[in-house]
Write a protein of this length. Structure first.
Length: 502
């Protein structure tokens, strides 16, 4: 009941005219930028992060929520019409949505995706309302050793799950941790990696890192690999679903959140794994298995619902523990830090208006997303015709303006360019970007918690594993590290071989 009362107060905040305006602007901007080829939700949020600097925190994060969900919908539009996923989570939408579009059913594919986002977002946000306060209440008792263990788990999980190899994931994480070291030591005041520059004494701003790695790096990478003309978008009419389509998709819309939400809430979960799991589930349960690969509407509805629910799941970890589990959550955490707000167990007590206004705005944003984007789908399709040179020149321009607005220093533009080139190089050699961003954001916090835990235990390393919670977390870390070695051994066990043979 306390959560319900708080949510009602949140609706009072979210439904004020000015916050409704920010939510609508966020949905429209997020969709407009997310629908452009090669731009995913993380890049859209990073690109628009400086736009919110003049807003109050509540209005800014309500706008962010709209940008997040709008960019996710825009990414699925690009996948369906151009077969060009803006992010890995939209790959599954292209697998079935693009064949539907080529067969003249692009309108139905877009409608299935939009309603899937709506259903998944609604169910996921309801689970967020139920679970987040309970997780925050439990997290209040977590000490420095436990927090450090959780951050180690986040580091290991994100390097193990993402990328083509663990070595590349670890290399990306180390790059992020190194960037996080720039500036003055919080405890001793000693300068680190500043190269004698006073401007770097405060460290590299997380916004510049996020914009550089995502926006600049991705723009340079995609522009370097796309032909000048680009692909032609498939025309689409007004999105709609017939009765037969609804009968085939309504169960998929409801199953998606059950898969997507849990994966969004765990470290390095994100939407990639649950979208593929949802796709496999729908393929197994479908009565039209022969259509998969040729344009099965269930293969669009289920994964898109799972992706939207996973977005709500990421907010559980971010708001209650301060842990970003996806690239978008990492950028949003950077936005919280810009306002001097630290997400964590006490956030629900210290900033109840902000938190519950943000959660309530998710419901409002879902309704706006469906109401605005279904009629505007043909307009979004026309945005795909923007010439690629103009598109990426615009991205570089707005990213530079946003980075300069952070501190008003010319050095920020130099740092932005260097980090952008670094992001380009990381993509060139197959290094995932997310571990680097999480390293920049969580690195200083992990160092602080490590030092705090060692101070409490008078420098004894045993102080890092002196609680049942930290021991359990480190056991999970060991399992993640040793699983590639254990998996072949488990397959050789006699009872597992017999089970596989039967």
């Amino acid at each position: 009941m306390d959560s319900l009362n708080s949510l009602m107060d949140g609706f009072g905040t979210a439904l004020t005219p000015i916050n409704l305006l920010w939510a609508a602007i966020g949905v429209l901007l997020g969709t407009a930028i997310g629908v452009l080829p090669g731009i995913g939700p993380a890049m859209a949020v990073a690109l628009l992060l400086p736009v919110t600097y003049g807003l109050q925190p509540t209005g800014a994060f309500i706008m962010f929520a709209g940008i997040y969900y709008g960019a996710m919908f825009g990414g699925s539009t690009t996948s369906i019409l151009l077969n060009t996923p803006g992010e890995s989570a939209a790959v599954v939408a292209a697998m079935e949505g693009h064949p539907m579009a080529k067969a003249g059913r692009g309108a139905q594919a877009l409608a299935a995706a939009a309603i899937g986002h709506f259903a998944g977002g609604m169910i996921g946000t309801i689970l967020l309302v139920v679970l987040a306060p309970a997780v925050a209440a439990l997290a209040v008792d977590i000490g420095a050793p436990d927090y450090f263990a959780i951050m180690v788990l986040a580091f290991i999980a994100v390097t193990s799950v993402l990328g083509s190899s663990r070595i590349r994931g670890l290399a990306s994480l180390l790059i992020g941790l190194t960037i996080g070291l720039v500036g003055l030591d919080q405890m001793t005041g000693q300068s680190r990696l500043t190269f004698g520059s006073l401007e770097l004494a405060d460290g590299v701003d997380v916004v510049i890192v996020a914009v550089g790695l995502f926006a600049i790096g991705e723009a340079l990478w995609v522009a370097a690999h796309l032909r000048r003309g680009g692909a032609e978008a498939i025309p689409v009419g007004r999105p709609w679903l017939g009765k037969a389509d609804v009968r085939r998709t309504w169960k998929s819309w409801l199953r998606g959140p059950l898969i997507g939400f849990p994966f969004g809430a765990i470290p390095a979960g994100g939407a990639e794994i649950p979208t593929f799991l949802s796709y496999v589930t729908e393929k197994r349960l479908s009565k039209h298995k022969d259509e998969f690969g040729k344009g099965a509407i269930e293969g669009v509805a289920g994964p898109e619902s799972a992706a939207s629910a996973s977005a709500a799941g990421t907010l559980v970890s971010m708001l209650t523990l301060g842990l970003p589990t996806t690239a978008v959550a990492a950028v949003m955490l950077a936005a919280f830090q810009q306002y001097g707000i630290q997400p964590g167990p006490l956030l629900f007590e210290r900033e109840p208006e902000l938190v519950w206004g943000l959660i309530a705005s998710l419901f409002v944003g879902m309704v706006l997303l469906l109401a605005l984007n279904l009629p505007l789908a043909p307009l979004w399709a026309k945005l795909l015709r923007i010439p690629r040179p103009y598109l990426y020149a615009g991205i570089l321009f707005f990213a530079s303006v946003g980075a300069y607005a952070v501190g008003g220093e010319a050095l920020d533009l130099v740092v932005l360019l260097i980090i952008g080139l670094l992001g380009f190089g990381m993509r060139r050699y197959g290094l995932p970007v997310l571990p680097a961003v999480i390293g920049v954001i969580l690195g200083p916090a992990a160092e602080q918690q490590l030092r705090r835990a060692l101070q409490i235990s008078d420098g004894s390393v045993s102080g890092l594993v002196n609680t049942p919670f930290s021991i359990a977390v480190y056991a999970i870390v060991v399992l993640l590290l040793t699983w590639p070695l254990l998996r072949p051994l488990l397959r050789k066990l006699p009872f597992l071989r017999r089970g596989a043979a039967s």
